[in-house]
Design a binder for this molecule. Structure first.
Ligand SMILES: CC(C)(COP(=O)(O)OP(=O)(O)OC[C@H]1O[C@@H](n2cnc3c(N)ncnc32)[C@H](O)[C@@H]1OP(=O)(O)O)[C@@H](O)C(=O)NCCC(=O)NCCS
Length: 147
C-alpha cells in the first residue's frame, strides 16, 4: 500500500472512490478545479486499486477536512484509518497544528473513525444537514494529540 498526494493526474482514480462512496458525489470538474488550488490537499491510499482518499483545505496552520471516503468494496479493513494516520503525520510536518471537520450525526462509521483517531467533539449545528434532516457534529484534533 502506498499513500500519494493526488494531483489532476490521479483524478480518474480518486473520482472512482468519490462516485462509489457518496449518493450525491461531487462533479468531476469540481474535484479537478479543487486539485488546482495550492491550499487543497488530497491524499489517497493505493494498493492494486485506489482504496481510500482524504481531502482537506490548508488555512494557515489549520487543516479543514473536506472529505474522507473508502471505496465500498473494501470498507472495514483499516484503509481510512491507515491513510488518516499517515496524512496526520505528513500534515504535522507541513505545519498543521489543528484539524477540523463536520460530520452528520447519523454517520456512525465516520464518527467512530474520527473518535478512534483522537478527534474530539467541540460543537453541534442543529438541523444543519437536509434529507434527512440531522445535526452536524463539529470535531477537532490538535496534531500531536492523535491516538
Ligand atoms: C467512514 C469511512 C471513510 C470509513 O472507512 P473504512 O476504511 O471502512 O474505515 P476503517 O476500516 O479504517 O475503520 C477504522 C475505524 O473506524 C470505525 N468504523 C469504520 N466503519 C465503521 C462502521 N461501519 N461502524 C462502526 N465503526 C466503524 C471503527 O472504529 C474502525 O475500527 P475497527 O474496524 O478496528 O473497529 C467509510 O465508511 C466511508 O467511505 N463512508 C462513506 C463516506 C463518508 O461518510 N465519509 C465521511 C463523511 S465526509
Amino acid at each position: 500500500m502506498i499513500v500519494k498526494r493526488c494531483t489532476k493526474g490521479s483524478l480518474d482514480e480518486v473520482y472512482k472512490i468519490e462516485e462509489a462512496a457518496f449518493s450525491d458525489p461531487l462533479k468531476k470538474e469540481t474535484m479537478a478545479k479543487d486539485m488546482e488550488r495550492e491550499s487543497y490537499y488530497c491524499y489517497a491510499l493505493f494498493g492494486d486499486a485506489p482504496k481510500a482518499f482524504i481531502s482537506y483545505e490548508k488555512v494557515f496552520d489549520e487543516g479543514q477536512i473536506i472529505s474522507v471516503a473508502t471505496h465500498p468494496c473494501c470498507r472495514r479493513q483499516g484503509y481510512a484509518k491507515t491513510l488518516f494516520e499517515e496524512v496526520l503525520s505528513l500534515a504535522k510536518q507541513d505545519g498543521i497544528a489543528l484539524f477540523t471537520l463536520e460530520v452528520r450525526s447519523d454517520n456512525l462509521a465516520a464518527l467512530e473513525l474520527y473518535k478512534s483517531l483522537g478527534f474530539k467533539e467541540v460543537g453541534v449545528r442543529k438541523n444543519y444537514y437536509q434529507s434527512p434532516l440531522c445535526d452536524a457534529i463539529l470535531m477537532d484534533l490538535h496534531t500531536g494529540d492523535e491516538i
